[in-house]
Design a protein around this ligand. Structure first.
Ligand code: SF4
Length: 408
């Protein structure tokens, strides 16, 4: 198998990883049937004989994804594994041990050389690198670290690198990963030990998964930033398989909130469970992708908008309503009879109003220093979603023309 064929094999299932807020892969061929995600399918623009010369069509290959970096910059991201061989048997995973499909593995230098060429040809501006586990988490992590080291040192790669931390990696390896990467991640997969046992019987929640995330924060607190590759602390993220272990949104968001507060997690990704053929969960129903969306909205309320877990509008089954934005549901319960005066509310109050984000709240505070805000049209000029906000606000003591509080 040449290097491009290997890359095709290794990247074919990477839309399961929601790194860097990827949307649809560039030129993605839908490799799913109605019920299952399927095994590796060669993208139409590649054939197994494709050579690493990168035609225009190859540059639009299905293994690269539009992505947004933490600084807001949009790039094309290569998401891949170093190896799809894995000795673990997570119930939801296409790479689980014993599943019958063609495995592929890069040597560290082989991948670094290929990616360096892709980067130089403009095919990808960043890379997300993970791996199946072979020979234990420590050995696998060493291979990921070797690859990152070769990229940074031998190929002088200065672009974005997101490196996965393997279950069972050692603290020194986490430190090395942080020195080389812009972002590191450990997939918790489930919100607690009990739920993880339903998904991944050989992963240990506290020792193998949570502890490395704690180490990341310990290292950030104890090592000066100049020790890291570009003089900045790398961010840390995690991913959950939403709905895979029948957990509730409350459980997922409780763990997310704890991580944000205690280990400064940048964000959690939620991948709605989707059954994969020939895995123990192949007959489990897929989770509605809208659940992912609501979890993201709620996690941003916890991270950026001053919401506490008890503010979120969980139903009696501890899940968020799927039909409506949680901020809007909260406002309908809490603000509809207690509207907020736009002209004297503080930032914390303003950002709780639907239609007003953090930048919008700052724009309002700046504008009202000059003149009182008396109309929805003034709010619109400040790029506020004024119609969405209007049921929940007062303008100079008066309710704006009454609007119905709509759901999303
Ligand atoms: S350890 Fe990772 S690659 Fe291996 S089966 Fe589990 S989720 Fe899949």
């Amino acid at each position: 198998m040449n290097a491009l064929d290997t890359l095709i094999e290794l990247s074919s299932q990477m839309d399961l990883e929601h790194a860097e807020e990827s949307r649809q892969p560039v030129g993605r061929v839908d490799a799913s049937d109605n019920k299952h995600r399927t095994e590796s399918t060669h993208p139409s623009c590649f054939t197994p004989k494709a050579r690493p010369e990168f035609t225009e069509r190859e540059k639009r290959a299905a293994f690269t994804h539009p992505a947004q970096l933490p600084n807001g910059k949009n790039i094309v991201l290569l998401k891949t594994l170093l190896s799809s061989a894995c000795e673990r048997d997570c119930y939801y995973c296409p790479f689980r041990a014993g599943r019958d499909f063609r495995r592929a593995t890069f040597k560290p230098d082989e991948f670094a050389r290929l990616f360096s060429k892709m980067n130089q040809s403009g095919m990808a501006q960043g890379v997300f690198l993970s791996s199946g586990i072979a020979g234990g988490g420590v050995r696998t992590q060493d291979k990921l670290l070797d690859t990152a080291q070769i990229l940074r040192k031998k190929y002088q790669y200065r672009g974005y690198l997101h490196l996965k931390i393997m279950p069972g990696a050692e603290k020194e390896q986490v430190y090395r990963a942080m020195q080389l990467a812009d972002r590191v991640s450990v997939n918790l997969e489930a919100p607690n030990t009990e739920r993880l046992a339903k998904l991944a019987p050989h992963k240990i929640f506290i020792e193998e998964l949570l502890r490395p995330l704690r180490w990341v924060e310990e290292i950030r607190k104890s090592v000066p930033a100049y020790k890291f590759w570009n003089g900045k602390y790398p961010s840390s993220v995690t991913q959950f398989v939403a709905g895979g272990a029948d957990e509730s949104d409350l459980e997922l968001l409780n763990t997310t909130h704890w991580l944000i507060k205690n280990v400064r997690l940048t964000r959690a990704y939620y991948s709605a469970f989707h059954p994969i053929r020939d895995t123990p969960l192949e007959n489990k129903n897929a989770v509605n992708p809208m659940r992912e969306h609501r979890l993201y909205q709620a996690s941003f309320l916890l991270r950026d908008y001053g919401f506490e877990l008890e503010d979120l509008p969980f139903a009696s089954d501890e899940n968020l309503p799927l039909h409506a934005d949680p901020k809007l549901v909260w406002a309908n319960l809490n603000l509809i009879h207690n509207p907020i005066e736009i002209n004297n509310a503080d930032k914390h109050q303003l950002i709780k109003i639907p239609g007003i984000g953090i930048k919008g709240a700052e724009a309002i505070m700046n504008a009202r220093r000059i003149n009182k805000i008396n109309s929805l049209s003034t709010l619109k000029k400040l790029h506020i979603l004024a119609d969405k906000a209007s049921p929940f606000i007062l303008l100079n003591g008066k309710k704006p023309a009454m609007q119905t509080a709509m759901s999303l």
